[in-house]
Design a protein around this ligand. Structure first.
Ligand SMILES: Nc1ncnc2c1ncn2[C@@H]1O[C@H](COP(=O)(O)OP(=O)(O)O)[C@@H](O)[C@H]1O
Ligand SMILES: [Mg+2]
Length: 271
């Protein structure tokens, strides 16, 4: 049974008193422990799709199922990293990361009077954990900083960290590395891969980088221009753990060219 099953989703938005069709009968699925990417032209409706999966909008038609249950329009079931970093501006970086860990904790343990001392004791441990995660994301020394003093790339890394530390089994990431320079981007991709290879949660990643999609994924959906439909699906044949050397392989180049041509014929794309 798929972890996530999106069936025949339709969504229109009103602009200038006309309905604009954004998603048209779009279907896709993510299996348990699978890493799936969505690639499509800018403005094709990728962020809208993730917002629908996260229950932030209601679709006009179609259904979203998780583990077989209809969850269309329900919030809180996925770990979601939106395209714009979503950190609480009045919390420090450490507090922002702790929030994800606190959710993990309260989900993992039943609430009750007896739980209090152990929660208090593990609070210190969680602070240490948050600190070490921040250091791994290259944010050591910024624990007490507020989001507004950080660069866009640093905010994006902190926001990514929060999504990765949230407890939900399906993680939806919307262009998580878009604001990062090439080197940091590759480091974050490798970090995401190593975390994912350890824990094997289901991931749905939106990206406009063809290389990123091939390097990270088991499967890739290519979307058309709006109204978005899936126009192709690729299985990525490289074994895990993924080595950086695949980036130079013939198979990688060929797949990259095929996807690029598809996107070109679907209405153009700037890469
Ligand atoms: N809440 C909204 N109200 C009206 N139009 C929207 C809304 N959200 C997105 N759109 C429109 O839907 C289209 C797809 O947007 P989006 O999902 O952000 O695309 P992508 O993430 O693929 O770049 C755009 O034309 C955008 O203007
Ligand atoms: Mg988007």
């Amino acid at each position: 049974m798929p972890k996530l099953d999106v069936q025949g989703i339709c969504k229109s938005f009103e602009r200038d008193r006309t309905q604009h069709e954004i998603l048209k009968n779009l279907s896709l699925s993510v299996l348990p422990g699978e890493f799936v990417s969505i690639i499509g032209p800018s403005g094709s409706g990728k962020s809208t799709l993730l917002q629908l999966i996260g229950g932030l909008h209601q679709p006009d038609g179609g259904s979203i199922r998780m583990d077989g249950a209809d969850v269309t329009g329900r919030k809180g079931l996925i770990s979601y990293m939106p395209q714009q970093p979503a950190l609480f501006p009045w919390y420090t970086l450490e507090q922002n990361v702790l929030l994800a860990l606190d959710i993990t904790e309260s989900n993992a343990k039943p609430r009750g009077s007896g739980a209090r001392p152990s929660r208090a004791a593990s609070r210190e441990e969680r602070r240490e954990l948050a600190k070490s995660w921040l250091a791994r994301a290259g944010l050591g020394g910024y624990e007490d900083a507020y989001p507004h003093v950080l660069s866009g790339g640093m905010q994006q890394r902190a926001s990514f960290l929060r999504a990765m530390l949230s407890p939900q089994e399906l993680i939806c990431l919307d262009e998580p590395f878009g604001a990062l320079d090439a080197l940091t981007r590759l480091q974050m991709q490798q970090w995401l891969l190593s975390l994912w290879e350890e824990h094997r949660r289901s991931v749905l990643l939106v990206t406009h980088s063809i290389e990123e999609a091939i390097y990270l994924s088991d499967r890739i959906y290519v979307l058309s221009n709006a109204p978005a439909q899936t126009i192709a699906e690729f299985e990525v044949p490289f074994p895990r753990p993924r080595l950086e050397s695949i980036l130079d392989s013939e198979t990688f180049m060929r797949m990259k060219r095929d996807i690029y041509q598809l996107l070109q014929s679907a209405g153009g794309m700037h890469v």
